[in-house]
Design a protein around this ligand. Structure first.
Ligand SMILES: [Zn+2]
Length: 187
């Protein structure tokens, strides 16, 4: 969806425990996208927190993280799921993915995406332990968990309700019952 500067976007998981892969692009140039790598070197946190500003890969402010109604359970480390990721886990045939959702959504707005940027994964409970290992314990975001962002520039936002539905020991993404819907409101 398009969001003008000053516009707000709220993403909510009504049933809880549903990962939201979030991407943003400058409306004037889809080659300038939100970059967690450029953001965390400024915020000094690998998790986004309310009050942080999400930067583009050219280090320009794109969105303010205004309100965190999910207790800080967000990730900026793991790449968007894609067909290859599901095949790694033994899935035969096509599987829905956040990368494909991104491509389809941007195509509807007239943009051909050949690079899938690192998303901000809201409602995703990955953690880095003391030894530096990346772990993904069960997702504990409660029903109604939400985030609210405000645009600093004219942007395009894409939200993918992550379709990860595999039961991988030690690597939980969504609720055990499988993916569920997200509610996205703009205003
Ligand atoms: Zn995904």
């Amino acid at each position: 969806m398009r969001l003008p500067a000053g516009g707000r976007i709220r993403v909510m998981t009504p049933k809880g425990r549903q990962a939201a892969d979030f991407f943003a692009f400058m409306a004037a140039n889809a080659g300038e996208w939100l970059s967690p790598m450029h953001t965390w070197v400024e915020t000094r946190s690998i998790r986004p927190r309310a009050g942080d500003v999400f930067l583009s890969r050219f280090r320009r402010p794109m969105l303010d993280f205004v309100e965190d109604g999910a207790g800080g359970m967000h990730d900026m480390l793991i790449a968007a799921c894609d067909q290859a990721r599901y095949e790694e886990f033994g899935v035969k045939g096509p599987h829905a993915s956040c990368s494909e959702n991104l491509r389809a959504a941007m195509a509807r707005l007239g943009h051909a995406i050949d690079i899938v940027p690192q998303p901000v994964n809201f409602f995703t409970n990955t953690q880095v332990d003391e030894g530096g290992a990346l772990v993904s314990p069960p997702n504990e975001v409660p029903p109604g968990g939400y985030v609210e962002l405000a645009a600093r520039a004219d942007v395009i936002c894409v939200v993918s309700s992550c379709p990860f539905d595999l039961a991988i020991p030690g690597w939980t993404i969504n609720a055990p019952g499988g993916p569920s819907e997200l509610v996205v409101e703009i205003g």
